[in-house]
Design a binder for this molecule. Structure first.
Ligand code: HEM
Ligand SMILES: *[C@@H]1O[C@H](CO)[C@@H](O)[C@H](O)[C@H]1NC(C)=O
Ligand SMILES: *[C@@H]1O[C@H](CO)[C@@H](O)[C@H](O)[C@H]1NC(C)=O
Length: 320
């Protein structure tokens, strides 16, 4: 009898441990700063509105920063750390060097947030909120941003070089790099719709416009005019062929018309598993916007630091 009681007790303890570890995995919550920084969302939104007014592209650049942050060891603001004589971070990894931008905007928002709520809000959460607000300001969907991320004390240039997908990748490789982050092929296809806004450098699409065969010839010729076969690496072209800088579903219409700018974009509509979903999004703006918002929450949940892990950085560019 005594042993049955202790088995029951033991299994209750195990159950409690199991439940509390499940709770520890659902750590982020939209009202995390409700009492510690009640004006946070207003401060970030106003700062982003000013930044987007100054330059519309900044909404795109911040969205890309968040993607590159989340994909390398989780959404922990590691991408914001500056290189120093003794520290090598992610900013100069190949996918970020000469193209990741928006750091000054994050600095401004952080300083506005510190004025209102000193040493309380992480840079990782500021980046997550600024990303959502940038998308909304460009005409995209809104979503509630789960909060409570903390900031990394480290960064990894080698992970940034190997884990951020390449614009030269094929569909199978793209699917597996998203799978490595707990995201599926549908997430890949809907999150790639982020390319409805923003610009890319010639070096990232040259091979496609000169060598790919699954490309609209008029589109290729137009893009070649500003992206020579050699030189002009940093010349910019819009990722979406209708350069409205509006967050819409034209990116998917482009793919159906073989006007994807990056090789990786066109891989989503090239006779493979994602063709049907691309067609759906090309015809159905509302479904794209709703699916994009939901997938952004999933991307924002990649391996956050919570509880007492990491820190609340004072300056987003350096560890405390
Ligand atoms: C699927 C794999 C992806 C690949 C291979 C890829 C690749 C690229 C490349 C090569 C550029 C241009 C960079 C340069 O000029 O050097 C770019 C820009 C951009 N990417 Fe992606 N990307 C991917 C997914 C995503 C996702 C998931 C998002 C967001 C949800 C995103 C958002 C953006 C944005 C907004 C820009 C424009 C940034 C600006 O104008 O400053 N990308 N991407
Ligand atoms: C803000 O917090 C930091 C870290 O706790 C502290 O060193 C600093 O003095 C505080 N600044 C103000 C203005 O309260
Ligand atoms: C086209 O492909 C060939 C063979 O792979 C390569 O040598 C060449 O550099 C490519 N051209 C451009 C403009 O990328």
């Amino acid at each position: 009898m005594a042993s049955i009681v202790s088995i029951v007790t033991l299994s209750n303890i195990l159950l409690i441990l199991l439940l509390s570890s499940a709770a520890a995995n659902a750590q982020l919550s939209a009202n995390f700063y409700a009492t510690s920084c009640p004006n946070l969302q207003t401060i970030v939104r106003n700062s982003m509105a000013q930044a987007v007014n100054r330059e519309r592209r900044i909404g795109a650049s911040i969205l890309r920063l968040f993607f590159h942050d989340c994909f390398v060891n989780g959404c922990d603001a590691s991408i914001l750390l500056d290189d120093t004589a003794t520290f090598t971070g992610e900013k100069n990894a190949a996918p970020n060097r000469n193209s990741a931008r928006g750091f000054e905007v994050i600095d401004t928002i952080k300083s506005n947030v510190e004025t209102a709520c000193n040493a309380t809000v992480s840079c990782a959460d500021i980046l997550a909120l600024a990303t959502r607000d940038g998308v909304v300001l460009l005409g995209g969907p809104s979503w509630q941003v789960p909060l409570g991320r903390r900031d990394a004390r480290t960064a990894s240039q080698s992970a940034a070089n190997s884990q951020i997908p390449s614009p030269f990748a094929n569909l199978a490789t793209l699917i597996s790099s998203f799978a490595a982050k707990g995201l599926n092929a549908r997430d890949l296809t809907v999150l790639s719709g982020g390319h409805t806004i923003g610009l890319a450098r010639c070096a990232t699409f040259r091979n496609r416009i000169y060598n790919d065969t699954n490309i609209d010839p008029n589109f290729a010729a137009t893009r070649r005019a500003r992206c020579p076969a050699s030189g002009g690496d940093n010349n910019l072209a819009p990722l979406d062929s209708v350069p409205s800088a509006r967050f819409d579903n034209n990116y998917y219409r482009d793919l159906v018309a073989q006007r994807g700018l990056l090789h990786s974009d066109q891989e989503l509509f090239n006779g493979g598993s994602q063709d049907a979903l691309v067609r759906t999004y090309s015809n159905d703006l509302a479904t794209f916007l709703a699916d994009f918002a939901a997938a952004m929450v999933r991307m924002g949940n990649i391996s956050p630091l919570t509880g007492t892990s990491g820190e609340i950085r004072r300056n987003c560019r350096v560890v405390n």
